[in-house]
Design a protein around this ligand. Structure first.
Ligand SMILES: Nc1ncnc2c1ncn2[C@@H]1O[C@H](COP(=O)(O)OP(=O)(O)OP(=O)(O)O)[C@@H](O)[C@H]1O
Length: 298
């Protein structure tokens, strides 16, 4: 169960080239980087995933492993199913009545779509941060305390709130106004508040759907720095349209594309390539990846 190889169909086997005179140094560098970055510990395994909305197949054939304590980026043209995939790995798609998920998603080896699995618990362990910061119209404190309270936590809430805000690099900016409204914060602060709110229920995976697209460059940089800090304790999957961001923050990158069926005109997303970010951006093995990354397509 869930023990197939970790790579997508077209993934490059990094460091497999024969060491020749000319390639020796290059090969060694690629080998050592690959050796230290093999997926040894996987938090999510996606197997042959297909997602439909009614009769429309939005995404199919996705096979991908998400490593622990790394940042995995998902890139690709609009409509290729990045958000759909993200919502499938924490059962957020359950909330869309027409959505149907076929295939498997394993979280620490457990099938999250098994009959006895509670989707609310899945979403607690695999938290999500959205494109547009969406604090509740409540105080900063109550935003962060919301999830723990819902889970019945009554004792030690002050600590949970403080620790979550610290982990989201927001504590110093808000510690004197915890009773103030979350909506009164700047966009970047609101996004960090939403991250703190996600962290307050102790997830170990954080899904981020274009978390910086509504933010200015300085707020974006703060979130990117925060993501680097967070990966010590969490595994992060981030959907981004910004390729510089994927190159800056992620350890691995998955590139998706849209296949158009010219008979039915159906547009279905597909995973093209998944590899170390460095490899995707410098030695993509599929022409479609290279075309997208170099701006020739998409
Ligand atoms: N709730 C829904 N109902 C019906 N179709 C949907 C729904 N959500 C997404 N889709 C369709 O599924 C396909 C994939 O959408 P999705 O939002 O996952 O793509 P994406 O790669 O995240 O796009 P973008 O980069 O533009 O955000 C699109 O054709 C979209 O129209």
């Amino acid at each position: 169960m869930g023990d197939q190889p970790a790579t997508a169909a077209h993934a490059t086997v990094v460091g497999d080239a024969a060491p020749t005179e000319q390639t020796h140094l290059h090969t060694e560098v690629r080998r050592s980087s690959a050796a230290s970055r093999e997926i040894t510990d996987t938090v999510l395994k996606v197997r042959d995933l297909e997602v439909r909305y009614g009769d429309f197949t939005a995404l199919k054939g996705v096979h991908l492993d998400v490593p622990r304590n790394e940042i995995t980026a998902m890139i690709g043209p609009s409509g290729c199913g990045k958000s759909t995939l993200l919502r499938s790995v924490n059962r957020m798609n359950d909330l869309i009545p027409t959505a149907k998920v076929v295939g498997s998603v394993y979280y620490h080896g457990e099938d999250i779509y098994a009959d006895d699995v509670d989707p609310v618990e899945v979403r607690r362990r695999i938290g999500m941060v959205f494109q547009k910061p969406n604090p509740f119209p409540k105080s900063i404190y109550d935003n962060v305390a919301f999830g723990p309270r819902l889970n019945g936590v009554r004792q030690g809430l002050d600590d949970v709130v403080e620790q979550s805000l610290r982990r989201a690099a927001l504590w110093d900016e808000v510690k004197d106004k915890l009773k103030g409204s979350g909506l009164a914060l700047s966009g970047g602060q609101q996004q960090r508040l939403c991250i703190a709110r996600a962290l307050a229920v102790h997830p170990d995976v954080i899904l981020m759907d274009e978390p910086c697209s509504a933010l200015d460059p300085i707020a974006t940089m703060a979130i990117e720095d925060l993501m680097q800090d967070m990966k010590r304790d969490y595994s992060i999957v981030v959907v981004t349209h910004n390729m510089q961001q994927a190159a800056r923050v992620s350890d691995r990158t998955a590139f998706f594309t849209v296949n158009v069926d010219h008979r039915t005109n159906e547009r279905t997303g597909e995973l093209v390539e998944y590899d170390l970010t460095e490899t995707i951006f410098t030695q993509a093995s599929d022409q479609r990846t290279e075309d997208y990354i170099t701006g020739r397509f998409g």
